[in-house]
Design a protein around this ligand. Structure first.
Ligand code: C5P
Length: 223
C-alpha cells in the first residue's frame, strides 16, 4: 500500500458524495479529487470542439491535451484552457455529456493517469464512480454513498433552484434514472461498490452525520 492515504467515496449522482468528500478533505487537510468534474470538463470541451462522441479516439486525444486547473476551493473554481467553466460543467448538459464520455473506455484511460497525480501527501479524498474499484484500489477507506432516487432528485432540484436555475422535478428524476442506468450498465468501470467498500445510505442522514461517520471510519482504519 502507498504511504499516501486515500479515502475513496463513490456513489450515484445526488448521494451527497461531492459535498461529503470536500468536507472530509477540509477537516483532514487532505487534497480533493472531484473526478466527476474531469468527465464534465471533457464532455463540455468535446461539445465546444464539435467532436462527435462516437469518435472515441478523438475524445481520448482531447482528454490528453486538456488544460485543467482546479481552484484551491476544490469544488469551486474550475478552469478549462484558461477560461472559467465551473457553472457550465454543472448544468444538465454538462451532466449528460459527462456520463456519455464516461462510457468511452479510451477516454477513461486518458483521464486515469491525471487522477493518480492527485495523490499527494498528506493524503487525498477522491470522489466519483470508480475511485475504490479502479483508480485507487488500494485506498485506505472505501465508501459507497447511496440515497433513494427520489431523495437524490429532490436534492438536485433544490440545488438548482437555490442557484437560480430553472428545474422541473419529474424531468430531473427521469434524467437521474437514465444516468444511473448508463453509469451502472456500462462495461468499463461501472458504478458499483468495491468488494471492501462500506455502504452508507444518506437518505435520512444530514451531511454532517455522513461526514462524521466517514471520519470515524477513517480514524478506526488508521488508528
Ligand atoms: O460525480 P458527477 O455527477 O459530477 O459525475 C458526472 C458523470 O461523470 C457521472 O454521471 C459519470 O457518468 C461520470 N463519472 C465517471 N467516473 C467517475 C466520475 C464521474 O464515469 N469517476
Amino acid at each position: 500500500m502507498s504511504a499516501i492515504p486515500v479515502i475513496a467515496i463513490d456513489g450515484p449522482s445526488g448521494s451527497g458524495k461531492g459535498t461529503v468528500a470536500a468536507e472530509v478533505a477540509s477537516r483532514l487537510g487532505f487534497f480533493l479529487l472531484d473526478s466527476g468534474a474531469l468527465y464534465r470538463i471533457l464532455g463540455i470541451a468535446a461539445h465546444k470542439a464539435n467532436i462527435d462522441l462516437d469518435n472515441h479516439s478523438q475524445v481520448a486525444d482531447l482528454a490528453k491535451t486538456l488544460d485543467i486547473e482546479f481552484g484551491s476551493a476544490g469544488r469551486g473554481s474550475v478552469m478549462l484552457n484558461g477560461a472559467e467553466v465551473s457553472r457550465e460543467i454543472r448544468t444538465d448538459l454538462g451532466s449528460d455529456l459527462a456520463s456519455k464520455v464516461g462510457a468511452i473506455p479510451a477516454a477513461r484511460e486518458a483521464l486515469y493517469e491525471r487522477q493518480l497525480g492527485f495523490r499527494k501527501l498528506p493524503g487525498l479524498v477522491a470522489d466519483g464512480r470508480d475511485m475504490g474499484t479502479v483508480v485507487f484500489p488500494d485506498a485506505n477507506l472505501k465508501i459507497f454513498l447511496t440515497a433513494s432516487v427520489s431523495e437524490r432528485a429532490q436534492r438536485r432540484y433544490k440545488q438548482l433552484i437555490d442557484k437560480g436555475i430553472d428545474a422541473i422535478l419529474p424531468d430531473l428524476l427521469r434524467d437521474l434514472k437514465e444516468r444511473d442506468r448508463r453509469d451502472s450498465e456500462r462495461p468499463v468501470s461501472p458504478l458499483k461498490p468495491a468488494a471492501d467498500a462500506v455502504i452508507l445510505d444518506s437518505t435520512d442522514l444530514t451531511i454532517d452525520e455522513v461526514v462524521n461517520k466517514v471520519l470515524n471510519l477513517f480514524a478506526a482504519q488508521t488508528g
